[in-house]
Write a protein that binds this ligand. Structure first.
Ligand SMILES: Nc1ncnc2c1ncn2[C@@H]1O[C@H](COP(=O)(O)OP(=O)(O)OP(=O)(O)O)[C@@H](O)[C@H]1O
Ligand SMILES: [Mg+2]
Length: 381
């Protein structure tokens, strides 16, 4: 079976390294330090926090992981959050019912037994007046601290895709959350997200409630040596002996980006496996090239759709960045060489491409986020 996984959070044998990050985050959270974990798309934030929370729960801490991407209203937030919070401390239905009566002493909440992924679901009546809904929202935000005090065990909570919070109710939700969380000395919060600009606005704008409330932890690519060890061992697990030099070549192509590395290795394995166990070096070069082509071919329709959705100036800038990532995106020379017209024109196109998460800035350089999309672009003129 192909030993490489991509597309959803990974754990166990599929999860490489991140030892330092794991230790740091665990230490921070246990010490009551709230953290903001951020990176460009698909660097492994979700996987990382899940691994961290798994460890914390085996140590006996209650943990709740909530993805705000799926939360489209305050009512939905209350339903999902309360189900997560209560299931973190209790799985017996009668006990959950008792907790709800104690912590959310309001009518109009229905508890229904479920099988997967949680033992029950919670539904707030749609006819609840706004004032009562706001009250309920505050009560459920308070619940983890009270539970932690009562059980004498720190509660750990993660909000993934936290930038989505601003969709709920403007600054009001943010401000209620912040004013409640700041008194929670028995709960640690991890906030995660990839939309850096939006997150930055939430956590670095003086006027916003969460201003400077967290330790910022930027997630980088996985260190090359550790990643190489991991890949060699995964290939071996898939019955392939791959020379370390070939793995280094793969990591050059992907710049150690977790998702793209797994994606490319998945394809490399598919190509190499039928050829047998031991292959000459020259053969590996061909295999890697074919695998890159394979990944690009598999994504062709998606790339075309993205490209179709770009305005002319955005396409030009995307082509420029795919050929040459740059620190000096506004330099006259860059603008002239790639025919980008003017600096304000570049600024506008750049903003649009960043909004679409197609371009990101790493190590001070602007570049196309998806390395395979970048390669596809260089072939489309
Ligand atoms: N530590 C790791 N070891 C190996 N592969 C990893 C690791 N972290 C992430 N990956 C790879 O990257 C993919 C994306 O991981 P994950 O969903 O955790 O990233 P994310 O940063 O949360 O992404 P998004 O920005 O889309 O929310 C995984 O499916 C896996 O292929
Ligand atoms: Mg994620």
């Amino acid at each position: 079976m192909n030993p490489f996984r991509f597309g959803r959070a990974v754990s166990g044998d599929d999860f490489a390294d991140r030892r330092n990050e794991i230790e740091t985050i665990i230490r921070d959270l246990k010490g009551g330090q709230n953290v903001l974990i951020h990176s460009p798309r698909r660097y492994g934030k979700t996987s990382l926090i899940k691994v961290v929370f798994n460890r914390l729960s085996t140590e006996g801490y209650p943990t709740a992981y909530m993805d705000l991407y799926k939360v489209f209203s305050k009512k939905r937030f209350i339903e999902m959050y309360s189900a997560l919070i209560f299931s973190a401390v209790e799985s017996r239905m009668e006990e959950v019912g008792r907790l709800i009566r104690e912590y959310l002493p309001r009518p109009k909440i229905t508890l229904t037994p479920e099988e997967y992924p949680m033992p029950f679901s919670i539904e707030v009546s749609a006819s609840l007046p706004k004032r009562e809904e706001d009250q309920l929202f505050q009560e459920i935000l308070e619940a983890p601290q009270k539970l932690a005090e009562k059980r004498r065990k720190r509660f750990h909570i993660a909000f993934d895709e936290f930038q989505e919070i601003s969709r709920l109710d403007g600054y009001e939700v943010e401000s209620v959350m912040r004013s409640i969380f700041q008194h929670h000395d028995k709960v640690s919060y991890a906030f995660l997200g990839s939309r850096r600009r939006l997150l930055q606005e939430i956590f670095s704008d003086r006027g916003r409630p969460f201003y400077k409330s967290c330790k910022s932890i930027p997630l980088e690519a996985i260190p090359e040596n550790d990643f190489a060890d991991f890949l060699v061992s995964r290939f071996r697990n898939g019955a392939i002996n791959i020379p370390r030099s070939v793995v280094s070549r793969i990591l050059k192509v992907t710049a150690c980006h977790p998702y793209y590395t797994q994606q490319l290795c998945h394809e490399v394995w598919n190509t190499a496996y039928p050829l047998g166990r031991k292959l000459p070096d020259q053969e590996w070069v061909t295999i890697i090239n074919r695998a890159v082509e394979g990944v690009i071919a598999a994504n062709r329709y998606a790339y075309e759709e993205i490209y179709d959705g770009l305005a002319e100036s955005q396409r030009k800038l995307a082509h420029a960045l795919s050929t040459e990532p740059t620190r000096n995106i506004y330099s006259t020379e860059y603008i002239r060489r790639f025919n980008l017209r003017s600096a304000p024109n570049v600024a506008k196109a750049l903003h649009a491409l960043q909004e679409k998460e197609l371009v990101e800035k790493t190590e001070q350089r602007y570049r196309i986020s998806d390395i395979f999309f970048a390669q596809w672009l260089t072939k489309t003129e």
